[in-house]
Write a protein that binds this ligand. Structure first.
Ligand code: IZC
Ligand code: ZN
Length: 422
């Protein structure tokens, strides 16, 4: 068989070899490291992963791209499994308020926050949203990200804007190197005109929006902002169950700021992931471990909200929960596309080890998007989504923080990004 790309003499080949499912607890330490590794791809798939030389049945021809892995660290493409990628505007105007002590939920309550992004997203044309999100995807790719989840939720009661966001995500998935997985999040805020009668809005989500999103196949997942002053536990449960009924897999923004019992709800209804979990209860974590619910942690958001509170990642891993990590890229609570910075935050602020961190952003991120059989590890038959880091080892990528260590990114077997600096 003729190889399209061969990466040889790899100092650290991190394969994440293992079962095609989220790795939990102690399993998160097993990263399948190969020294002096070699890897070959053909079309969009990996055809060989091993040590030393290629076996005779795999040929290097004149057309094969051969990359020297000396001094490099190679990992599966990173998966950013929680973002609000498609949106209009930005909220840097909130910085001054935040520096004076205004809190995220206070700003939301007075019609700022999500409401202000909603206005900007409504105003933006399809092409403007597409161009802005494409620019962000380019940045994400440059940091080693090959698969991204994108939530709607800035149309809210304006269903046309919700649809516009999901159609932008779909077009990006079709046209950009990076794969984009779409989530419907109409339940992102209570619209101002429904403030006194939220029930009416919840009925619209359940009876009108969810069936249409499912029918038009605009999303794979359904998500809810379950938070004090936003959607209650009971309302979140009803919305997610309506999604399940129509084939949308449940995800939840759970216990981000107030301990409402979102982790417990995620366990009860079997969410694919519960995200944030900064204020998750002991019982909620136990229930997630018991039911095998994935925790998707977003330390960039805790950092940016300046609450001083971080998700109890160590406790979760010790209890046997599988942890994924994402940027939460959005214009309000985490305005960054830099997944490598999130990896450093996870280590420095959540006390996760480098091995746990790389597991969280590869195979566990893949599991958080129900793509664990296709991506998330470097194994024969999986997609050729590969990052070459200009770093002598994994620790270095995390330790030397805030810069881009990517040398090149291979997506679907094609060189999608080459860093001219390295
Ligand atoms: O725009 O504030 N947390 N939703 C829930 C967000 C953050 C995004 C935003
Ligand atoms: Zn979010």
């Amino acid at each position: 068989m003729k190889a399209d790309i061969v990466i040889k003499s790899i100092d650290n080949l991190i394969t994440l070899k293992g079962p095609n499912r989220a790795r939990k607890g102690n399993e998160m330490k097993e990263i399948g490291l190969i020294k002096n590794g070699i890897l070959a791809t053909k079309e969009d798939k990996i055809i060989y992963v091993g040590e030393g030389e290629l076996p005779p049945e795999i040929e290097i021809t004149e057309e094969t791209i051969v990359i020297d892995g000396k001094g490099k660290t190679i990992t599966p493409g990173l998966v950013d499994s929680h973002t609000h990628l498609v949106h209009g505007g930005s909220r840097e105007n909130e910085l001054a308020m935040k520096l004076k002590g205004a809190k995220y939920l206070d700003i939301l309550e007075v019609g700022g926050g999500i409401h202000s992004t909603m206005k900007a997203t409504r105003k933006a044309s399809f092409d403007e949203l597409y161009e802005k999100a494409k620019k962000s995807l380019d940045v994400m790719l440059s940091f080693g990200v090959t698969t991204v989840e994108a939530k709607s939720g800035y149309g809210i009661e304006d269903f046309d804007t919700e649809i516009k966001q999901m159609e932008v995500a779909k077009k990006l998935n079709d046209e950009h190197h990076v794969d984009v997985v779409s989530t419907f999040m109409g339940a992102h805020a209570i619209p101002i005109e429904y403030k006194d009668e939220p029930r009416k809005f919840i009925d619209i989500i359940i009876n009108e929006m969810i069936p249409e999103v499912a029918e038009r196949q605009l999303a794979k997942f359904c998500d809810v902002f379950c938070e004090k002053g936003v959607f209650s536990i009971e309302e979140s449960k009803e919305i997610l169950e309506a999604g399940i009924k129509h084939g949308l897999l449940p995800k939840i923004h759970a216990d981000e700021i107030e301990p409402l019992g979102g982790a417990e709800l995620a366990a009860q209804i079997g969410c694919v992931s519960a995200d944030h979990l900064v204020a998750a209860s002991e019982k909620g974590i136990e229930m997630m471990a018991e039911k095998g619910i994935l925790a998707n942690l977003l330390p960039g958001t805790s950092f940016n909200l300046q609450s001083g509170k971080y998700a109890p990642a160590r406790k979760m891993i010790e209890r046997g929960v599988a942890v994924a990590l994402s940027t939460d890229y959005n214009p309000g609570s985490c305005p960054t596309e830099n997944m490598q910075l999130i990896m450093s935050f996870a280590s420095l602020l959540l006390k996760m080890t480098p091995e746990e961190v790389i597991t969280a952003v590869t195979i566990n991120g893949a599991a958080s998007l129900k793509l664990e059989d296709k991506i998330g590890s470097l194994e024969v038959g999986k997609k050729a989504d590969i990052v070459v880091f200009d770093a002598p080892n994994l620790e270095y990528i995390i330790y030397h923080f805030g810069i881009n260590h990517t040398d090149r990114v291979i997506k679907n077997g094609k060189q999608a990004f080459v860093n001219s600096r390295t």
